[in-house]
Structures are given as structure tokens and as C-alpha cells.
Ligand binder design. Sequence first.
Ligand SMILES: [Zn+2]
Length: 297
Amino acid sequence: MSTCRRLHVIAGLAFLLVTAPAAAASCGPEKLGVSREIAIDGSQGLSLGLQSYPATLALADHEVVLTFDDGPAATTAQVLAALQEECVRATFFVIGENATGMPATVKREVSDGHSVGYHSNTHPAKTLRLMYPEGAKADIDAGVAAVDKAAYGAASDKPHNPFFRFPGFADTPALLDYVHGRGMAVFGADLWASDWQAMTPQSELALVMGRLEKLGKGIVLFHDSRISTAKMMPDFLRALKEKGFKIVHMVAGAGPTPVEKAGPDWKSTTEPIIARTLSGHGHVHGGETKEAEPAAR
Ligand SMILES: [Zn+2]
């Protein structure tokens, strides 16, 4: 290497050393950031998310909670990078078997400041609802243990975090009681990106922004396992910023968790879809109900 070339390399390294910490810390007002945190109390027996339950988090207009299911996957790093770039924190509902396969990614979710929740161990195609109760409970428990081991190095008797989402939203009253009894709140969603369907990142962006602007706020469901979601995430976060949306981050904490009840005309969006899917007249794609479109929104 010539002296000149070596100097260039040294200058380049010095540049990296000077700029890298600054870049990581540059979470000024130009970034979307996190506007506030909401403490989720796992002992309250909560089931939240209006598509499946008649209650949700009490959010102000234009407040959004971001959630990601089914990871970690090959595309998760791309999602994490986009969130980091905008200083945004989210909640990842992680599949136990995936966590066992990619523990470093789960650890990064934790070290980046995200919340980690549970989404069963195997994401059974027939859903937890159609399993024998003991098998379903065992799958839930194995998922909690696998995610906690990947995230924190060890699993204990109690789940580390109070966040659980049923694969395909297919719960049962007994399994809801079981999850609540283990100290977790159950999450559905207020709206979703329909990213279990194949679509371009541009289509997904338009779809989810349209739904958000119509609803005005809510818990949003994505899949970090979907390439369209990973690709649209930087543009989505910029669009949220431009349209005046604020990010609310769910963290484990003592309650009371602020909850808003649905009106008397509330109906489950997901229940008829699950019924159709499980009776063989629908499709399950990636474990989620493929026809699960918000009917009234
Ligand atoms: Zn899922």
C-alpha cells in the first residue's frame, strides 16, 4: 500500500470513528422518534385491539403503536435498521422456534430498546384454537421459554414480558384465561397492513397509510418477516412524520394500563374470518387469516 493510499485509509477510519457514535445518537426533532411510553400491566387480564376485542389502548388522535409479528426472519434486520434510523421503538411478537434459530436478532431487538412479546412456539397452521388445550398451552409455554432464552439468556417460571398475540388471532376463552394467568396481556390489532398478501412496498404503504388516516390512531400490525414491509418501512416512518402521527411505545410496567372500551355496536372483525378459515372455506397464509380485511374501515 502506498503512503498516500494508507493515509486515505487512516483518514477514512478516523471519519468513521468520529461519525458513527454521532449518527447513532442523532435523534433530534427531525426524526420521528418516540412521543411517549405506555406501561402494559400483565396482571390486569387485558385483551386489546378492536379487530378482535371490544377494548384497546387509550390513545390520543394520531397516536400509533407499531407491532411486528412472526420474526425474527431474514428481513428483520432491515426493519430494525429503518426503526433505528428514525429513533422509533416497536413491539415484536416473536415465534419461539424462530428465536431459537436467530437469537442474535432477538438480542438486538432488546438492545435497540424494542419490546419483545410472544407469538407461540411453532405458529401452528391449524391455530392454537384447534389444538387440544394441553398441546396449545404447551406451545404457548415453549414459545415464552424460547424467546426469553434467546433474548435474555435464560427462561424463568414467569414470562419476562407481558405481551402475547395469538397466531391468526385464534384464541379460545380458556386460552385467554391461561395467557392472562401467566401474567401477559393479549394483543389483537386496531388495523393492519395486510402484508400477508403479496404486494409491492408502494401498494402496502398506500394501503396502511389510508387505513391509518381513516381510523386516526391505533395499534398497527405488520410482519417483519415480509419483504414488502421491510422495504416500505423507511418511507412509512417518514410518511408518519409528515402526516403528524406520533409513536407510542409499549413497555412492561405497573398499571393501570389506560384502556378504551368499544361502543355498544362493536363486532369482531376477525371472528367470522377465523370461522370461515377453520371451516375450510378460507386460506391461512403465513399463519394469519388471509381474508382478514377491515370490513368497516
Ligand atoms: Zn403470526
